[in-house]
Design a binder for this molecule. Sequence first.
Ligand code: SF4
Length: 211
Amino acid sequence: MEIPYEFLGRIFVYVLLITFLGILAALSMGFYSFKKRKFIFPSFVLFMLYLFYSPSKWVCSVFSIRGSLVDEILVEVRNAVMLDDFLKREGPRAIFLPQCMRNASCRARCDPVLGYECRTCGLCDIGTICEAAGKYGFKVFVIPGGSFVKKIFKTYKPASCIGVACYNELAEAMEEMSFIPVQGVCLLKDGCFNTTVDVAEVISKMEMCDV
Ligand code: SF4
């Protein structure tokens, strides 16, 4: 039997074109949602941008748009989709902070399962967040890496959580944790040292659960 190369080629081009248009549509809807705070077809946006994560970043680069926009859309759309569940969910609540937020003179001990145990010495924002977390019933975990999240899920078993990280790590982590209601807050200043977050935003997410 003769292989219909021309036909297969056409199908391939159509699939590429449909995928490209789908990514463009997801980016446009995501950007609109992100800017206007009106979330349209959020499941479609999340599905397309996670499935075609690298091609979406490539499409952004073609139009000279910063690639981090894809991560920003993913975080904000997921925050909106999960907000109701996050507020209503009962049970242990956790907040994951990256260890790079610690002050260079931090003397916190690192537990092999739970991460750094903050002494609330006041040298960095982690102490402030820990104090607020105690008030709103959240347990703070200052983690040196993603492997700690798995260990904490096994031992503490949070029913809902807040994650703080840079946008690309946050988008990935929120997808991995999406089996529970999650809210993400991006670092204001990223890198691997002396990073900062909008503390008021983190506290307001905890505050919203205090009803
Ligand atoms: S507040 Fe906590 S995390 Fe920050 S420097 Fe002090 S002990 Fe370390």
